[in-house]
Design a binder for this molecule. Structure first.
Ligand code: ACO
Ligand code: ZN
Length: 372
């Protein structure tokens, strides 16, 4: 079978199956069904635009209302009402943001969902949780540690080997993800789970994760990413995004997250993309660089590079450059005309952009702590 045929088969089976997963070893096992964004039949499919000039990308300043620990403005296409009010997880009580397919037997509106802070199993009340904790064998997430500092660790977990943990993780994550598909079929995914060391307790608490297809024909390096609201705005999303590109680098494959990105996902990616691109541009000795080389240096997909440059106001894109633009504008920082696609660099403009967009170059990943 050719790659194209495999891909088409995979896509077909993904969109057509309505498989229901049940677990064999979980008392609290539930059918885990795929959650899909549903559109009214009459509404047209979302327009996919590739043109840089047509892309509208929100910037931090265009979202002044967004605050840590509060959900973003609701997506107009959310179809299912929220079915969980609060999640009790370790010492945290977290407001849920979106619907997640927890079992109907738990009720149509679960006031409090109790989740074990080591194995992520869920129960209806605190007595059941205490009973469960009395016999819970887990102390850490399953899988192997691939990154470790004094404070945080990343566990790499194979969805096939640890189905129950990964399904429970997906269910919990869906409470904070508006439109992403819930992966009931976790076999084809790896999960990178970020844990934070708990003070006074020898415990690694899951605080965020991302999933990644084992084989992605679209070169996606990340499927879904989530940081628990209780732990957002601490750089953990950035750390996970950096890690996803670290994996791409090790695989030698240029990667990109699965689209569409949520509002918060966009903020995280814009911040990361801007800083890695600007870092390369600033360190260049030459006065120009091709988009292709920018992709190679950063492991970012071309579309992500060009959309970031456009958003930063560093890209001028035209098929037939009007002569007035060429002659009257003394320093277009980047001029792109196909082919070749080349970025011209003006150091003073780079500095202006860095300060205007508050771009920082702090890396969250410490290379000396990578255990791969
Ligand atoms: N308001 C403004 N800026 C924000 C906010 C916010 N609420 N949240 C994050 N940011 C910015 C940060 O300022 C930071 O940029 P900076 O370094 O330039 O300051 C950047 O985004 C990353 O911040 P982190 O603290 O590293 O990210 P965090 O741990 O908060 O996680 C994430 C980001 C994963 C997107 C989180 O908000 C989340 O889980 N949201 C809910 C689930 C979601 O929407 N996931 C993405 C779906 S798209 C996909 O899965 C491919
Ligand atoms: Zn447990």
């Amino acid at each position: 079978m050719t790659n194209k045929e495999k891909k088409s088969k995979q896509l077909n089976s993904r969109s057509l199956t309505s498989k229901v997963f049940t677990s064999d070893d979980n008392d609290f096992a539930l059918p885990l069904v795929r959650s899909k964004r549903v559109r009214p039949i009459s509404s047209p499919p979302r327009k996919r635009t590739r043109s840089i000039t047509e892309t509208t990308i929100p910037t931090k300043s265009s979202h002044p209302h967004i605050r840590a620990r509060t959900p973003p403005l609701p997506d107009t296409e959310i179809v299912r009402p929220r079915n969980v009010e609060k999640v009790v997880y370790g010492r945290y009580e977290i407001d849920a943001w979106y619907y997640s397919p927890y079992p109907h037997e738990f009720g149509s509106l679960i006031k409090r969902l109790y989740v074990c802070d080591t194995c992520l199993r869920y129960v209806k009340d605190d007595i059941q949780l205490s009973n469960h904790k009395a016999q819970c064998q887990s102390r850490t997430p399953p899988g192997r540690v691939v990154y470790a500092t004094d404070k945080v660790k990343i566990y790499e977990i194979d969805g096939r080997d640890n189905k129950m943990y990964c399904q429970n993780l997906c269910l919990m994550a869906k409470l904070f993800l508006d439109h992403k598909t819930l992966y009931y079929d976790v076999d084809g995914f790896k999960f990178y789970v970020l844990t934070e060391r708990q003070e006074k307790k020898p415990k690694d608490l899951m605080v965020g994760y991302f999933s990644k297809e084992k084989i992605s024909y679209d070169n996606y390096n990340l499927a879904c990413i989530m940081t628990l609201p209780s732990h957002q705005r601490k750089g953990y999303g950035r750390l996970l995004i950096e890690w996803s590109y670290e994996l791409s680098k090790r695989e030698g494959v240029i990667g990109s997250p699965e689209k569409p990105l949520s509002t918060l996902g966009l903020l995280g990616y814009h911040s990361y993309w801007s800083s890695v691109i600007l870092q390369v541009l600033k360190s260049l000795k030459e006065s120009e660089i091709s988009i292709a080389r920018l992709c190679q240096e950063t492991y970012l997909q071309e579309e992500d590079v060009t959309s970031t440059l456009a958003r930063l106001g560093l890209l001028r894109h035209w098929e037939h450059p009007p002569s007035s633009l060429v002659s009257n504008n003394p320093s277009p920082l980047f001029s792109i005309s196909p082919p070749p696609v080349v970025v011209h660099i003006d150091p003073s403009m780079l500095n202006q952009v860095i300060s205007k967009h508050h771009i920082h170059f702090n890396r969250q990943i410490d290379p000396s702590c990578i255990l791969l």
